[in-house]
Design a protein around this ligand. Structure first.
Ligand code: UDP
Length: 538
């Protein structure tokens, strides 16, 4: 025991001396505060000031060194939500010599990932803003393994689903409040600050009405890798339940209810000749829900955060999202965007209640549950008469809240009809090969040969070889696109061809230079890169 303590005090002494002598080292990736993640050695945090501290010495490193641009508006976003002014990270600077006058630092030996959760009470936010970004930030930096310690700095309590965050590493995540109990000045030996936004697909409408992100960079494959990781950590079997096919109705039990749920379940069971079961956050554990969803053929649910769980569906399954009266499904698409990510392989169907007599409103509830009693009478009347909520910004639009918290009696016939338009036979998960979305390489060895007939006619014979990767692939249809441009002109003639050579004679003139671009196309829409430009002279 005493040896351990002395060992510890030696380590402590070494660590303190290193901090005083070397100060803080920071090297970041990213060009802007919105895409920056920083790696630190000896970043400290004052739990009294609630500020991070960068200690300068002759060996400290600060890259990028932005000067006062570090405050315009911040060094980086601490959450995965882009440029949100409540989620900025910065530090204050001190000379390392100031440590002499400060509380004794407490060193955090674990590699730390320091970040903000955006809304840990809402499942959509938990998965989209936190769990997926944490998972893929950890994949980006090899230091961040299962022994990483997560530090949640947004200042919330554990939130409703803390158990999900605990799956991401073997160490208990720490909340900002808990840091006070560790000491007055904490120094992280090695830490990463910020989250990757590479997997996010939705923007919530802070600066423009909500919708899919402009430049989505994630595909179904990465979502499924995350799903597999989560299922392993939850100890849920990845094997299907053979012979069992079923539909899940994911119900909400507090608000935004389906009023005729029993009737809906019977109708679905009868129409698709399948067992139909209900699940809810209130009545099932996460493991149960994940296990059930991961083998389901169809998931039916009201619009709401629980629908993010459709990421656990098997490929080929169907998502049916139900929208209350006056809520246009095209304007609220976090789950549609998820289901239709490239390679996600889910069928997505939306249904909206268009019959006012089938909706139940709650004007007298508190404003955050859709109540409108606090508004002017004329505004209340306008909202009640309106048949569609116009596009709006997040997050407190009373008309939106009023409509989104309605309960709905589903018109079963219209719902079944809409599902049947997409799902012709029995809905069922399917096995898909991962090669289906691969792109061609460049065509190779492109050559041209010119011949001239008389003074006004010429021909251009162009040939090329298949892209190198084609010989290893099974591709349904291989086509080639050829662009021919007369040098100096700004238009070109495009051709789509099935063969690897072609003789062009239309509009080909003698004694002229032509620029030729060729690319390969798989299965109509997988466009490869153009090969190097070919110059052909007739
Ligand atoms: N929630 C639930 N059952 C309910 C109502 C809400 O499980 O009856 C969950 C919902 O899935 C989400 C959280 O509570 O994770 C917050 O719900 P809210 O209605 O605020 O958000 P929304 O679902 O519209 O995103």
């Amino acid at each position: 025991q005493s040896q351990e303590i002395s060992q510890f005090s030696i380590d402590y002494h070494v660590a303190l001396q290193a901090l005083v002598e070397d100060g803080t080292k920071m090297v970041c990736t990213g060009r802007m505060h919105t895409d920056r993640i920083c790696r630190f050695e000896s970043l400290c945090y004052s739990t009294e000031a609630e500020e991070f501290v960068f200690f300068h010495s002759s060996s400290s490193v600060m890259l990028p060194n932005l000067g006062s641009r570090r405050f315009q508006p911040a060094l980086l976003d601490l959450s995965s939500v882009e440029d949100h002014n409540t989620q900025y990270f910065n530090f204050v600077e001190l000379p390392a010599a100031a440590l002499k006058f400060m509380p004794k630092p407490v060193f955090v030996p674990d590699v730390a990932l320091i970040m903000n959760r955006f809304n840990p009470d809402n499942l959509m936010h938990i998965f989209h803003d936190d769990l997926l970004p944490i998972f893929y930030t950890m994949q980006q930096f090899p230091d961040l393994d299962l022994d990483t310690r997560l530090f949640f700095m947004e200042g919330w309590g554990e939130g409703l689903h803390f158990e999900l965050y605990k799956l991401l590493s073997n160490k208990q995540p720490l909340l900002r409040e808990q840091l006070k109990t560790l000491g007055r000045l904490l120094c992280f030996t090695k830490s990463y600050v910020g989250l990757s936004k590479i997997t996010t697909w939705y923007q919530y409408g802070f600066v423009q009405p909500q919708g899919p992100k402009a430049n989505i960079l994630v595909s179904g494959n990465e979502i499924r890798q995350f799903k597999t990781f989560m299922m392993k950590r939850l100890n849920v079997s990845l094997e299907g339940i053979p012979g069992e096919e079923y539909i899940i109705v994911f119900s909400r039990t507090i608000n935004r209810l389906i009023l005729n749920e029993a009737e809906l379940i019977l109708a679905l069971a009868q129409e698709f000749q399948m067992k139909t079961i209900t699940v809810s956050i209130e009545d099932h554990t996460f493991s149960e829900i994940v296990h059930l969803i991961s083998n389901a053929s169809m998931l039916v649910s009201m619009h709401g955060a629980q629908l993010v769980m459709s990421l656990f569906l098997p490929r080929g399954a169907t998502v049916v999202e139900l929208f209350p009266f006056a809520i246009n499904p095209e304007h609220y698409t976090p789950y549609k965007t998820l289901s239709t990510l490239p390679g996600m392989d889910l069928q997505y169907i939306s249904w909206q209640n268009t019959e006012k007599e089938n909706t139940v409103t709650y004007p007298d509830r508190p404003w955050d549950q859709g109540g409108i009693a606090h508004l002017d009478k004329t505004e209340q009347d306008r909202i009640i008469k309106s048949n569609e909520v116009s596009r709006h910004l997040c997050c407190r639009n009373p008309e939106w809240l009023f409509r989104i918290y309605q309960d709905t009696k589903i018109n079963i016939a219209s719902l079944i009809q809409i599902i049947r338009q997409t799902v012709k036979t029995k809905p069922r998960p399917k096995k898909q090969k991962w090669t289906s979305g691969l792109y061609p390489g460049k065509v190779r060895d492109a050559k041209c040969q010119a011949s001239i007939q008389g003074t006004s006619e010429a021909k251009l014979s162009i040939s090329w070889q298949i892209p190198w990767n084609l010989k290893y692939l099974k591709v349904r249809e291989v086509k080639y696109e050829v662009w021919i441009q007369e040098q100096g002109e700004n238009t070109y003639m495009p051709y789509i061809l099935s063969h690897r050579n072609h003789t062009f004679s239309d509009n080909i003139k003698p004694f002229t230079n032509y620029l030729v671009w060729i690319r390969c196309i798989f299965n109509k829409n997988l466009l490869g890169p153009f090969a190097d430009m070919l110059v052909c002279s007739t």
